[in-house]
Ligand binder design. Sequence first.
Ligand SMILES: Nc1ncnc2c1ncn2[C@@H]1O[C@H](COP(=O)(O)OP(=O)(O)O)[C@@H](O)[C@H]1O
Ligand SMILES: [Mg+2]
Length: 253
Amino acid sequence: MLVLSVDNLKKVYTSKNNENSTNALNGVDFKIEEGEFVGIMGPSGSGKTTLLNLLSGIDRLSSGKIEILGKDVKKMSKNNMTLFRREHLGFVFQDFNLLDSLTIEENIMLPLSLDYHEPEEMKGKIDGVMAMLDIATIKDKYPYSVSGGQQQRAAIGRAIINNPDIIFADEPTGNLDWKSSNTVMGYFEKLNMMNNNTILVVTHDPFTASYCNRIIFIKDGLIHSEVTRDSKERTQFLNVILEKLNSIGDEKK
Ligand SMILES: Nc1ncnc2c1ncn2[C@@H]1O[C@H](COP(=O)(O)OP(=O)(O)O)[C@@H](O)[C@H]1O
Ligand SMILES: [Mg+2]
């Protein structure tokens, strides 16, 4: 099943006085099928965050079309989009975005508290998610007292607690050291393989991207090319990505 379809997507940011405009996306096309684990790579300023914000309806597109789970994003009202995000999408950010005043467990529960759930059902879900991410032992701790990698795993827990149809992650390893990045990406891989979760990760880091099964490269607001992992070992795929980045970098500007 097709979960995401993007057609000739453009985004222009205009300043208030209309003096400056930035063409952040210049006509992007791609499709994502259910169960895919896709990376979007591009240097800083290439339009990655803009793209995620448009896909999830946080920002309005300038032209083109986005269909997410069969819905045309342009045709949804702001309120409908907010509800749609809550019901169908999970988000993971670079800086974790956990609430400092809540424990790890309470942070993960937060999305559930927006709707009524039977206490039993809620407990089962939370315990399952914490076990999956190996964070049950830190459930009563506060974010500031656990490592960055553990905070990001809690943030992943919060993102998946509602069984989203798509998980969006914007530079999820951007604030992590190599070892924690490894662990966190390993959990995304596990969610994709064991739960068949559809995951879209945006990153400028080749190591992070090497966990994905397909990588779309964007440059200057356009899709440049893509590579697929197929049956390659991760380290082998990393080399493919590094070569690709080199060849993109070598092209005449
Ligand atoms: N809210 C905004 N207003 C104006 N320009 C923006 C805004 N957000 C991003 N941009 C510009 O759009 C381009 C793409 O930015 P962004 O999507 O954040 O890139 P990336 O996430 O790949 O680093 C950049 O030139 C950036 O300066
Ligand atoms: Mg960004």
